[in-house]
Design a protein around this ligand. Structure first.
Ligand SMILES: C[S@@+](CC[C@H](N)C(=O)[O-])C[C@H]1O[C@@H](n2cnc3c(N)ncnc32)[C@H](O)[C@@H]1O
Length: 254
């Protein structure tokens, strides 16, 4: 049987290990090479959540669950819906938490994907908005769906070019409430060279024109967010290392 003190010790050890992982460049190199090699099989496209395809790697899904469970937002905004698995995932965690909703934004919500999402048992917690995530009318529609006083988390997983992600950061960061997460997906692209980047997708993003470059520019301009060092340490074996920001409790609400 575990004693409460044992649990605290276990958690402290885990945190310390995660922080050390962040410094382990040899492990990161191996992990990166594994991710590049597995991408030949479109590894991040192989998974489903409650029956719906989710384009994430398992470590990223677990990390997102930890972020939601820890900060318990009432609203999660995700840009980049694709087939809908990540929306179903967030909705299912909110369901276990007993409340809240997910707002999914995508420039192109295909009819069959919309049908899958809208007929799922988690649909009651999901609202869809079709449009470019950075278009003023999309942002207006997103804001209109946030209830007054709700705690808000944001996940950016749409167009991964630097300028688009930076525009999203400037537009969506003010919606994140103090203590909540702002997640920038696929920061791993910032560590890849052009030939290592998946080429079968419609666009190729790598060093300099990718989410990590946007995140670095954003962080240089903003004092309101801090990096979650523990989460980012663990995620050197995932696709979003360095992508987990948390709004400081001291940051002014918008
Ligand atoms: C990587 S997928 C999202 C994966 C999804 N979050 C998941 O975990 O399953 C990227 C999505 O971003 C969408 N997208 C691309 N450009 C966009 C834009 N300007 N605004 C909103 N969505 C965009 C694409 O249509 C695509 O569905």
């Amino acid at each position: 049987m575990s004693h409460p003190d044992d649990r605290e010790e276990f958690q402290a050890q885990g945190r310390s290990n995660a922080l050390q992982m962040a410094e382990d460049s040899a492990l990161f190199e191996k992990s990166k090479n594994l991710i590049i090699a597995a991408d030949k099989y479109r590894y991040s496209y192989l998974w489903t959540w409650l029956g719906v395809p989710i384009i994430q790697m398992p470590a990223d899904i677990v990390a997102l669950q930890e972020a939601v469970w820890r900060s318990k937002p009432r609203v999660i905004i995700e840009t980049g819906v694709a087939r809908g698995g990540s929306l179903i995932f967030f909705a299912s965690v909110l369901e276990l938490l007993g409340g809240g909703k997910v707002i999914g934004v995508d420039i192109d919500i295909r009819a069959h994907n919309r049908d899958t999402i809208e007929s799922h048992s988690m649909a009651k917690r999901i609202e869809l908005i079709e449009g470019s995530s950075i278009a003023p009318e999309t942002l207006e529609a997103v804001r209109a769906k946030i209830p007054d006083g709700a705690s808000v988390m944001v996940v950016l997983d749409s167009d991964h070019s630097r300028d688009h992600v930076l525009n999203e950061l400037e537009s969506y960061a003010p919606l994140v409430t103090p203590g909540q997460y702002l997640v920038v997906a696929d920061t791993i692209l910032g560590y890849l060279s052009q030939h290592e980047t998946p080429t079968e997708r419609s666009k190729v993003w790598y060093e300099g024109d990718e989410p990590l470059a946007a995140l670095r520019t954003f962080m240089a301009r903003s004092d309101d967010f801090e990096l979650d060092a523990e989460m980012n340490g663990k995620l050197i074996m995932g696709s979003s290392p360095g992508g987990y920001l948390r709004r400081r409790l001291s940051a002014r609400s918008q």
